[in-house]
Ligand binder design. Structure first.
Ligand code: HEM
Length: 500
């Protein structure tokens, strides 16, 4: 036999062997593994739909989500059936600890706060599920990192949230809030009251704050990054359809192409800002803190790492805080007695002056109100984790390959935990002591920005209460809906009246 034909048969043999190995892997991934996991779950009495090839429940989940997304409910209605329609349907059908199929991966629902705390306390065992459409598309960074790299980044970023740094941010927060209030004042002429959809203004305000906290003097350039991220977030439902198919994001669909273009633009704007900053020196902002820490660390962050952390700052910090504020305004519009009590406290502590950092902790009523809003409308109502080893959890054995969905938004409305008045707005439940509030997560990966978020919300609320009274407009439609965060689908049109 000629040498060339020997080589040819070796090559063909190699290709066949490789293709067979891939075929075995594929069959295992799309069929054998899910069936095995399903059996393990069912053996323990856990229930859910039977596995459907490749897509699992994802098509139904997206279609039910789209049906409910714009529906309005009454303010007194129970919230979990509306914000988690598919999960709620599954729980009603199969019981509390049921599972759904996210593609070929079963996801087990967790509604017990003690189990949630146990999961959050052990990030070494319970990690972030992979693939993650958001982590891969919109932002990476701390929220999505694991192990040694997460610990290193958390250590480097922590100083950006120290008390004196937060204290330094107060003037920027009050300035951004004054700008928003000036716009409202221009719209509210006379004392008749004016309808304003406050939601876009609040988003703009918190975008401004986070941009200043992240990029200091270069915050105007930073805003472009945030605009692009907002647009990217709107693509998430489209991207989610096939995201769990390995390599899907490289297929040139319209959504994939647009997302790639936007990511490239973001990267180039950020690179420019980092270069400028390298020449001009630190600014005490997040970007400066990251760059300083890099100089101090032998094993610092790469340019890529810095870019991802800056992008994440907006994703994690801006929308969440603006949601806390907008739901608070809605609740205080509905519950005028609490609006009056909050205003009384603010006027007692600050009078007509801008809020100062030191006196913020004297706002007891305002804090109770914010906590009750975080309970009823947690901006991040769902946290997902995946077990990296088979673990015992509340009498269940959770095998590797099963993801866990911590339904914070449902647990916050469980009458077994909060009492029969769970659907009522009652800030007094936070008058004393600890509770099962998990709006900021828990354990070592608890929200790094929770103090910043609370400070920002307190300052903004105090400044609004000093100047305006607000009521729900007759055109207000109550439609809290969960797409990554818990957003008001029809905005928040309120009637604002200037205080005498
Ligand atoms: C009301 C406001 C906020 C809420 C409700 C909120 C909620 C959360 C939650 C639930 C987590 C945990 C996610 C998980 O365990 O998978 C988290 C993590 C995080 N948050 Fe917040 N957040 C808020 C404000 C902020 C702000 C203002 C920033 C930054 C400026 C921020 C930055 C982060 C980061 C970087 C993480 C990841 C921490 C880690 O994994 O180590 N958050 N947040």
């Amino acid at each position: 036999m000629k040498l060339s034909s020997v080589l040819c048969s070796i090559l063909v043999g190699g290709v066949i062997a490789l293709a067979s190995a891939w075929a075995v892997k594929l069959v295992n991934w799309v069929w054998l593994r899910p069936r095995k996991l399903e059996k393990l779950l069912r053996q323990q009495g856990l229930q859910g739909n039977s596995y459907r090839l490749l897509l699992g429940d994802i098509k139904d989940l997206i279609s039910v989500a789209k049906q409910h997304q714009l529906k309005a409910i009454q303010l007194s209605d129970s919230i979990p059936p509306h914000i988690f329609p598919y999960f709620h349907q599954s729980i009603t059908k199969y019981g509390e600890n049921c599972f759904i199929w996210f593609g070929a991966t079963p996801r087990l629902m967790i509604s017990d706060p003690e189990l949630m705390k146990e999961i959050l306390a052990r990030p070494d065992v319970f990690r972030k599920p992979q693939p993650d459409p958001i982590g891969q598309t919109v932002a990476g960074g701390l929220l999505f990192l694991e192990g040694h790299k997460w610990a290193k980044h958390r250590r480097i970023i922590n100083p950006a949230f120290h008390t004196h740094k937060l204290q330094n941010m107060v003037p920027a927060i009050t300035l951004s809030c004054s700008n928003m209030i000036a716009k409202w004042e221009a719209l509210v002429s006379g004392n008749g009251g004016e309808e304003i959809d406050v939601w876009p203004f609040i988003q703009d305000f918190s975008g401004d704050v986070i941009s200043k906290a992240a990029f200091g003097s270069s915050h105007e350039q930073g805003r472009r990054i945030f605009e692009l991220q907002k647009e990217l977030l709107n693509l998430v439902l489209d991207l989610m359809h096939f995201m769990f198919i390995p390599g899907w994001r490289y297929v040139p669909t319209r959504a994939n192409r647009r997302s790639k273009e936007m990511s490239e633009e973001m990267r180039s704007v950020l690179k420019g800002m980092i270069k400028q900053r390298e020449e001009a020196g630190s600014d005490g902002d997040l970007l400066g803190t990251l760059m300083d820490s890099n100089r101090g660390e032998a094993d610092g962050m790469s340019m890529e790492d810095v870019i991802e952390e800056c992008k994440l700052f907006y994703l994690a910090g801006s929308e969440t805080t603006s949601l806390l504020l907008v739901w608070t305004m809605v609740m205080l519009s509905k519950h005028q007695e609490w609006q009056d009590r909050a205003r009384e406290e603010v006027l007692q502590v600050f009078g007509e002056r801008d809020p100062s950092y030191d006196a913020l902790n004297r706002l007891k009523i305002v804090t109770m109100i914010l906590k009750e809003v975080l309970r009823m409308y947690p901006p991040a109502p769902l946290i997902a984790r995946a077990a990296t080893e088979t673990v015992q959890l509340g009498g269940m054995s959770v095998p590797v390959g099963v993801d866990l969905l911590l339904l914070i938004g449902a647990m916050h409305h469980d009458p077994k935990i909060w009492g029969d008045d769970v659907s009522e707005f009652k800030p007094e439940r936070f008058e004393s002591g600890q509770s099962s509030l998990l709006a900021f997560g828990g354990g070592p990966r608890v929200c790094i920005g929770q103090n910043l978020g609370m400070i920002e919300a307190k300052i903004a609320l105090a400044m609004m209460l000093q100047r305006f009274s607000f009521h729900l407009s007759p055109s207000y439609l109550h439609a809290p809906f969960f797409i990554i965060t818990l957003q008001p689908q029809h905005g928040a049109p309120l009637l604002l009246r200037h205080l005498p």
